[in-house]
Design a protein around this ligand. Structure first.
Ligand code: ADP
Ligand code: MG
Length: 373
């Protein structure tokens, strides 16, 4: 059990904190910049962001494998900045499951406990407890070379939790696995988390993984925090175009728009397109005639309607995925994608009418990309 707090954490590789104080450096020298967040006891946190955004660096600093350039980290109320990794009571599983090849799964699991001098009977008890949680109880006599990627990863995670850590850190644990295996192991990690009640942080670049597994999502970009929230909050209420475009598959449509005021109220218009979309009334106090902004709407929230009152638009691309259909329409220089489960069939050039779910539209500042409330 553990609470984790990061306070204004910076990480710069190469130079240490002394140099940092002496000479000002460009912000992009930092792998992690001014990162603050807190994980409550037993929570399941997903750190999500594109490759290179500083996720692993953050995790390695929490584990004590990388020095913190600036800022403070706490487990419960203890500052851990100078605590050795072994004193942090942390379990680690990274993507490259470094199992000892000559040792059996049982011996791999037992390794650290043996090194600590635990009696054989206690080691057996620990393995009997952990092995079924990750379904490795059938594999105990096997060598790593005989295991599939998914099995190795299970052993890797089992080894991380065997010492009953307060904090479990998983860095892209599913990235080497194929689609079906990922989904199975994802569900098992979630179940395991419920059973061992250990504060867990999973790092991933895969938004579906983070959204389905964690109860709090931390989204990072270029070493900086973008948003913290529940999966629903970051999906429904993204703070920026970046978050809006990163969460959701297919991603949110982001259309460059100019507001036009008519007698009938405000409309979104799009350079190079006849499409006009009524601005939901809740935005009437923040928009004005001629305002440039980005309109965000998810593909599921663009509906095909038979209301001929909306602008007719030609279908550019139609794809049938069996369980859903995707339609793409050109809107000036942008593409507008919609998904529907309705059994509709179109050809390129067919004319359709669209309606946007006005409850689910988002506005973003055209220059800063920040959400307009
Ligand atoms: P992520 O895990 O999100 O893909 P990383 O934390 O691995 O990102 O990397 C963040 C940034 O720090 C990247 O620009 C990367 O090149 C840099 N970086 C990572 N590890 C090192 C290192 N050991 N030495 C120098 N730069 C590093
Ligand atoms: Mg990484």
């Amino acid at each position: 059990m553990a609470r984790l707090t990061l306070q204004n954490i910076y990480k710069r590789y190469e130079d240490g904190p002394k140099n940092f104080l002496k000479k000002p450096v460009k912000l992009n020298d930092y792998a992690v910049k001014d990162l603050s967040f807190a994980c409550s006891d037993r929570s399941f946190i997903g750190i999500l962001g594109p490759s290179g955004c500083g996720k692993s660096t953050t995790l390695r600093m929490i584990a004590g494998l990388e020095k913190i350039t600036q800022g403070k980290m706490f487990i419960d109320d203890v500052c851990i900045n100078d605590l050795l990794p072994k004193d942090r009571h942390i379990g680690l599983a990274f993507e490259d499951y470094a199992l000892y090849p000559p040792l059996s799964v049982y011996e791999n699991l037992a390794f650290n406990l043996k090194a600590k001098g635990l009696p054989v009977s206690d080691i057996k008890k620990a393995i009997d407890r952990v092995a079924p949680l990750l379904k490795v109880d059938e594999l105990l006599t096997m060598k790593p070379s005989a295991l599939s990627g998914g099995q190795k990863q299970r052993v890797n995670i089992a080894r991380a939790i065997i010492r009953q850590p307060g904090l479990l850190l998983l860095d892209e644990p599913l990235s080497h696995l194929d689609g079906k295996m990922r989904q199975t192991l994802r569900q098992e990690i979630k179940r395991m988390h419920r059973e061992i009640e250990c504060t867990t942080i999973i790092v991933t670049h895969d938004q579906i993984e983070a959204m389905s597994i964690a109860d709090t999502i931390i989204i990072m970009k270029d070493g900086e925090l973008q948003q913290i929230g529940t999966p629903l909050e970051v999906y429904d209420d993204p703070v920026s175009e970046f978050v809006a475009g990163f969460i959701g598959e297919p991603p949110m449509n982001l259309l460059r728009s100019v507001i036009v005021k008519t007698q009938g109220g405000f409309f979104f218009t799009f350079t190079g397109s006849d499409l006009q979309v009524k601005v939901p009334e809740r935005y009437n106090s923040v928009v004005f005639d001629g305002m440039k902004l980005t309109l965000g709407v998810r593909p599921v929230d663009v509906l095909i309607t038979d209301k001929a009152s909306s602008t007719p638009v030609p279908v550019a691309i139609y794809e049938n995925f069996g369980d859903e259909r995707r339609v793409s329409i050109r809107v000036g220089g942008d593409h507008l994608n919609l998904t529907t489960v309705a059994e509709v069939f179109y050809r390129r050039g067919d004319i359709i009418h669209l309606e946007f779910n006005s409850e689910k539209t988002h506005l973003f500042n055209a220059e800063t990309s920040v959400a307009i409330k």
